[in-house]
Ligand binder design. Structure first.
Ligand SMILES: C[S@@+](CC[C@H](N)C(=O)[O-])C[C@H]1O[C@@H](n2cnc3c(N)ncnc32)[C@H](O)[C@@H]1O
Length: 219
């Protein structure tokens, strides 16, 4: 079980309790203006964006960050894009459900394209577009489920490219994420590079599986 959500971060609790895409969108639409101050605050120790950016760079042996075409799925206000940009990434696209969150991401200046999208539906992008796909904080309670999202992230990834995603620990098995990964592996679409638990928000007991997949089939 996760530790209680800090009182100053009520939106996170509300977002995780949502039962529909519309409700989730409306929470993030309201949260966009203060998200970075709350979640991005050092006191909150939201380490996942930096950890995922580091893993994406470490495990993609086929291209350097500067030459990689990257998708940040569920990019929010752009914390992951900014971490990737510090590591010299240049071509970063972002998708997210919430237009106000995307607007904050746009202001970072690190994204090439930003589009509104519901990741519970197929992604409007050609197969094998990206060297690296990252997804942080979006596979969580009340947000995006494993099917079709995981398969879609793999579909838009190039062969030998990688998908790096966080999945909140409490939904990894009960939410069907582990089973979906097993399916993708059994179909010969991916190698599971790792699926280790990480501190997601340090000090609050929130843990997530840091899932790293290598795409092995051209499709
Ligand atoms: C906790 S935030 C994480 C944002 C960013 N990746 C980060 O680490 O700061 C979750 C994000 O998921 C987005 N989201 C929620 N449901 C979604 C959906 N169905 N499709 C796409 N994005 C969604 C929200 O709008 C929000 O920006």
């Amino acid at each position: 079980m996760s530790a209680p959500i800090p009182a100053q971060n009520l939106y996170l609790g509300q977002a995780r309790a949502t039962k529909s895409v519309e409700d989730c969108m409306s929470i993030y639409d309201k949260w966009a203006a203060t998200y970075n101050d709350e979640v991005g605050d050092a006191a909150q120790s939201y380490v996942a964006p930096v950890l995922v950016a580091q893993a994406a760079i470490k495990y993609n042996s086929s291209t350097s960050p500067a030459n990689s075409v990257i998708l940040d799925a569920g990019c929010g206000t752009g914390l992951v894009g900014q971490a990737l940009s510090i590591a010299s990434a240049k071509a970063i696209d972002g998708i997210d459900l919430s237009a106000p969150m995307l607007e904050v991401a746009r202001q970072t200046g690190v994204y090439r394209n930003l589009d509104q999208a519901d990741m519970n539906r197929p992604i409007n992008q050609a197969a094998a577009t990206y060297d690296t796909v990252v997804c942080v904080g979006t596979f969580t309670l009340g947000h995006v489920g494993p099917d079709p999202a995981l398969r879609e992230l793999v579909r838009v990834t190039k062969r030998k490219g990688i998908v790096v995603a966080t999945i909140l620990e409490e939904i990894w098995v009960p939410g069907g994420f582990r089973d979906e990964v097993e399916k993708l592996k059994a179909e010969g679409l991916v190698n599971v590079v790792s699926a280790d638990l990480i501190d997601y928000v340090k000090g609050h007991g929130d843990k997530a599986v840091l899932l790293i997949l290598e795409k092995i089939q051209r499709s």
